[in-house]
Design a protein around this ligand. Structure first.
Ligand SMILES: *Cc1c(COP(=O)(O)O)cnc(C)c1O
Length: 234
């Protein structure tokens, strides 16, 4: 099977599963953005996904994003998302090049993003990443640290927080991720009652190849799917 056909077939399957999860949970298909995760995936495969209708793509590494954005600059309607651990000295690769940075987990990083965005004369939208599972190895802040981090947005006018992100540990049974997804939605709802400048928690980025249906049932607005579209990574 040619690569492009394989990718469009897999993409169609993922879309069917998204639609089924929306139908089960009474959600509108329009409320879900599928972010195709392209770490280690070549520009040709991204072109194939684009030809099959995909528009949102997620990258984990700064230089990889820079290089692919350049290689695919002829596709003007392509929207990049940064989803990986972001070091402060790599902020320059993501700010201004991405629709959304999903993985912000410190005030220092927020400040670096704000500085870079202000230099470029734009406002960068971000999500705050939470670690809801007590796993020391995972990225993201503990939920106790969320109020203080959101407070800092008030003095960073070139940076807006538009929601929350989480990445549960890998579970064989996706149902085990459900309480963590429900918790993320709950945290966003809690904050909706206490408006803060620079903060509007309307997005939940949660769900990957193994658990995106459960995430949709629990309120995801952005799902980040790699393997189910592009196959296993090397
Ligand atoms: C790689 C990655 C994904 C996609 O994972 P799959 O299991 O391949 O769908 C989603 N989110 C983040 C943050 C990732 O690093």
């Amino acid at each position: 099977v040619p690569l492009a056909e394989e990718i469009s077939g897999r993409l169609a399957e993922v879309r069917d599963r998204v639609a089924a999860a929306c139908a089960r949970s009474g959600r509108s298909l329009d409320a879900i953005t599928l972010v195709c995760v392209t770490k280690t995936v070549g520009a040709d495969a991204i072109r194939a996904a684009h030809a099959a209708g995909a528009r949102n793509f997620g990258e984990n590494y700064g230089q990889e994003l820079r290089d692919k954005a350049a290689a695919l600059a002829d596709l003007p309607d392509l929207r990049w998302h940064f989803i990986g651990a972001l070091q402060r000295n790599k902020v320059k690769y993501a700010v201004g090049r991405t629709r959304l940075i999903h993985s912000v987990d410190s005030a220092a990083l927020l400040e670096a993003i704000d500085r870079r965005a202000a230099d470029l004369g734009l406002v960068q939208e971000i999500l705050v990443e939470l670690n809801l599972s007590d796993e020391a190895s995972k990225s993201g802040i503990p939920e106790e640290a969320l109020p203080a981090l959101l407070q800092t947005l008030g003095r960073l006018p070139a940076c807006r927080c538009v929601g929350l992100m989480t990445m549960p540990p890998f579970f064989d049974d996706p149902e085990r991720a459900r309480p963590l997804f429900a918790r993320l939605r709950h945290l966003a709802l809690e904050h909706a009652g206490r408006p803060l400048p620079g903060v509007e928690l309307r997005h939940l980025s949660m769900g990957m190849s193994g658990d995106f249906e459960v995430a949709i049932e629990e309120g995801a607005t952005l799902i980040r799917v790699g393997t189910a579209i592009f196959g296993a990574r090397a």
